[in-house]
Design a protein. Structure first.
Length: 396
């Protein structure tokens, strides 16, 4: 009887152990991600092969692009020099360092933006120095004007392009290239291009001291900016364009020629900033008179009030007014309900503040009342010494 009980206990224990083995038996781990998704080994091999071919095509295409970039031409349909440089930067080990140096080079060019920080252009004679400081070693300044390119090593003195024109600017260091956005170097047509008072069909006249007599501040201009119908909208600063400063005559003659100094444009932007700081909107600023050719200054329009040696002939003077409402005349800037010479004096007050903060831009400032042909305006120049007056007629 005891033997039967023992056999029953042993048999029961064996059953329990067998059940436990079944309960804790785990299936073998899947050998790949495809098995976990229920994909057969045959299908897995086909999908791995297809993925490998796609990856290989990407590698071959990228390698071919990099290998053949230098052989392509700048014909507008292939990779140009700037694109080639960017591609090179993506595949060159020293690209981060080059990019850092390019940032440093751009900072070195910040003085080109002027005291206002709002200049979009600098005017230079061909080949003249562009900035006083040197750029990082190995930097190259790239200039581009339409389909024409030029470049200059920046290891010594950075110079303007050798040909007259309007040039965009980019800095390249190593494999990195960065454009100087919204900025142009404008190189001048030499003064010698004026023959018998004209350049081409455009009549300019002659400066009183072309033979070298008189004070240095009345020396003839260094050269002329050639303004065409296509480029007259080029911004020279945040608020002003080339066409704003053209002499208002010979309307059908193109190209025209302009004398303009960047220090004047810089001062005008600083004056507008002073007005904005006092809550005066300046988006409607207008140039009543900018550059005047000697021929126009002597006899064009109404010559009353014009000085024989007007700063307008030297490119560092402008008569401006604020016309935000678009009615063609000065706005009521002082808020007294009237438009008169007192509104022009609001601009003069701003000029005074600018000259105290930036004495290198000191110059003349005259306020003018309205006439039958125009409203009040303010004359601003950078003649090099302080002068103030109340004018009549069409300005100084």
């Amino acid at each position: 009887m005891l033997d039967e009980v023992e056999r029953a206990v042993v048999d029961t224990a064996q059953r329990i152990l067998h059940g436990a083995e079944l309960a804790f038996h785990l299936p073998a781990a899947p050998t790949s991600r495809w098995h976990r998704a229920g994909v057969s080994r045959r299908t897995e091999r086909a999908m791995d092969f297809a993925g490998g071919m796609v990856l290989l095509s990407f590698v071959v295409g990228w390698t071919w692009s990099v290998a053949t970039v230098d052989a392509r031409t700048d014909d507008g349909t292939a990779v140009n020099r700037v694109t080639a440089s960017i591609t090179s930067a993506l595949t060159t080990a020293d690209a981060p360092t080059a990019a850092f140096l390019t940032e440093a080079a751009l900072r070195a060019l910040l003085p080109l933006r002027g005291e206002s920080g709002l200049l979009h252009a600098q005017f230079r004679e061909p080949g003249a120095p562009l900035v006083g400081d040197t750029l990082p070693e190995g930097a190259i300044v790239h200039y581009s004007s339409g389909t024409v390119t030029d470049s200059a090593l920046a290891d010594s003195v950075v110079r303007a392009p050798d040909d007259p024109g309007i040039w965009s600017v980019a800095i390249k260091v190593g494999a990195a290239i960065r454009p100087l956005s919204d900025f142009n170097v404008i190189t001048l047509k030499p003064f010698s291009a004026k023959q018998r008072g004209k350049i081409g069909l455009y009549y300019i006249g002659n400066w009183p001291n072309e033979r070298g007599r008189g004070a240095a501040r009345y020396a003839p201009p260094r050269g002329f900016i050639e303004v065409t119908q296509e480029n007259r909208g080029t911004y020279v600063s945040e608020h002003f364009r080339l066409g704003d400063f053209l002499t208002k005559n010979q309307f059908e003659v193109w190209p025209k020629y302009l004398v303009l100094e960047t220090r004047l444009v810089d001062k005008l932007e600083l004056v507008l900033a002073e007005l904005r700081a006092r809550g005066i909107q300046t988006s409607g600023v207008k140039v009543l008179s900018g550059f005047r050719t000697p021929q126009y200054n002597r006899g064009g329009g109404d010559p009353r009030g014009r000085a024989a040696l007007s700063r307008h002939m030297y490119g560092d003077a402008a008569d401006i007014y604020i016309d935000n409402d678009g009615n063609g005349a000065m706005d009521d800037l002082n808020g007294d309900g009237r438009v008169n010479i007192h509104d022009a004096r609001v601009l003069q007050d701003a000029v005074d503040r600018v000259e105290r903060a930036h004495p290198q831009l000191v110059g003349g400032c005259g306020t003018y009342p309205g006439t039958a042909s125009h409203g009040p305006f303010t004359h601003i120049d950078t003649r090099g010494y302080r002068a103030r007056w109340i004018g009549t007629g069409d300005g100084g």
